[in-house]
Design a protein around this ligand. Structure first.
Ligand code: RFL
Ligand code: PHB
Length: 392
């Protein structure tokens, strides 16, 4: 098999890149190791920046998003039994965010790609990338029980964390900056209407909790738990009791309970792979960087990476110039480090330290008070949360 751009991974990054390339007449092939139903069911992100919504619209994949996405004007911060609204349009000159599940974006993109192309192979696991530094890199992959090769002009690794693409960087070229956090998130989906109109980020007794949603009848909630926690130690009652305690405020507000349909534990980490390009090989999305979910940046960063890349390939196709492709790593990393900083700060501000450090807790409350008392401090949070501009 031969193509211009070989894309490894059919998550949001790989699927959106394929769509953007296809629309500019550049041929590509997507190799996805898992099955269609697996990638369409994997529960993950839900908060989309305006730039992410724009990118999906630009490539004709936003029909359902426009009909079903929930537009949010802000978030709520809770601490010390108080609630505070952070008003995004007021603080940012009119910006909002949209709640639409990653599972639905993936379903929309998969359906379009299977109907209109380019080729998308499920059950196709990339094993290695050969000659990434040369003019004709080759992806070795396993499909239908036999090893095959895909010869490309360029390869883009969109295969999420711990991928084969980063492994193809020589040790002296690639460097990973990483940080582990001493806590995890227990995430649940529940068949109950959300008890809020906006997302609630709470620093309550015992730690962090987040109330998000998937639709008017499905809630998505997260709870800080110790690293190594097992969902079997968290029966439904224990989860609802902990959520109740962390969201508690003075005044009447109640968290509605309902049947929990899914539970999972996610570790929190930050990592950035520098550079994001080696020869004819590019990394995009989680393959290049991981952020803890507190700032809701992972999916949005994956989308901004592939927007830069798609523009670079379009410029090459149209004019023969590699100028934009040559600046890919530098352009993306500037935004990636800002999102990494924001996610780190949000995470540190809202989670209890496992050792219960009282000084650290006071620092967190002072930061939260500053944000809720000062317009410039709140505006800084709002600008980062709604998404910093793409430097293009
Ligand atoms: P993905 O989604 O991991 O997709 C990678 C795909 O590559 C496939 N693959 C391979 N295919 C072929 N050959 C191989 N060797 C392969 N190895 C892997 C995999 O099967 C998979 O289909 O990466 P991508 O496309 O870069 O997208 C990144 C996002 O998924 C991720 O950043 C977000 O989900 C992070 N995230 C959030 N981001 C947001 O912007 N807003 C949020 O509100 C948000 N909430 C979250 C999140 C992530 C979470 N978890 C579980 C980590 C909430 C949670 C709990
Ligand atoms: C989600 O809806 O899954 C979600 C929203 C905001 C976050 C993280 C996750 O910060």
């Amino acid at each position: 098999m031969r193509t211009t751009v070989g894309i490894i991974g059919g998550g949001p990054a790989g699927l959106l890149l394929a769509r953007l390339l296809h629309r500019t007449g550049i041929d590509c092939v997507v190799l996805e190791s898992r099955t269609r139903s697996y990638v369409e069911q994997r529960q993950r992100a839900g908060m989309l920046e305006q730039g992410t919504v724009d990118a999906l619209r630009e490539c004709g994949a936003a029909g359902r998003l426009d009909a079903e996405g929930l537009i949010h004007q802000g978030i709520e911060l809770r601490f010390d039994r108080e609630r505070h609204h952070i008003d995004f349009p007021w603080l940012t000159g009119g910006r909002t965010v949209t709640i639409y599940a990653q599972t639905e974006i993936v379903k929309d993109l998969v359906a379009l790609q299977l109907a209109e192309g380019p080729p998308l192979l499920f059950g196709a696991e990339a094993l290695a990338i050969e000659k990434p530094e040369s003019g004709s890199p080759v992806v070795r992959f396993l499909h239908e029980g036999r090893e095959q090769t895909l010869s490309c002009d360029y390869v883009v690794g969109c295969e999420g964390s711990h991928g084969v693409a980063a492994e193809a960087f020589p040790a002296e070229v690639g460097r990973i900056y990483a940080h582990e956090y001493p806590y995890s998130w227990l995430g649940i989906l529940a068949d109950v209407p959300p008890s809020c109109e906006e997302l609630i980020y709470a620093r309550g007794p015992g730690g962090f909790a987040l109330h998000s949603m998937r639709s008017p009848s499905v809630s998505r909630l997260y709870l800080q738990v110790p690293n190594g926690s097992d969902v079997r130690d968290w029966p439904d009652e224990r989860i609802w009791d902990a959520l109740d305690a962390r969201f508690a405020i003075d005044g009447d507000w109640r968290l509605a309970r309902g049947p929990i349909t899914s539970k999972s534990v996610t570790r929190m980490r930050s990592s950035v792979h520098e550079p994001m390009r080696y020869g004819r090989l590019f990394l995009a999305g989680d393959a290049a960087h991981i952020v803890p979910p507190t700032g809701a940046k992972g999916l949005n960063l994956a989308v901004s990476d592939v927007r830069v890349l798609a523009r670079g390939f379009a410029e090459l196709h149209r004019t023969g110039s590699t100028e934009l492709l040559d600046r890919y790593s530098e352009l993306c990393l500037a935004r990636v480090w800002q999102a990494t900083r924001f996610s780190y700060d949000m995470t540190r501000m809202l989670h209890a330290q496992p050792d219960g450090d009282a000084f650290e807790h006071r620092m967190q409350l002072a930061r939260l008070r500053r944000i809720t008392a000062s317009r410039p401090a709140a505006a800084e949070l709002a600008a980062n949360y709604t998404g910093l501009p793409l430097a293009l």
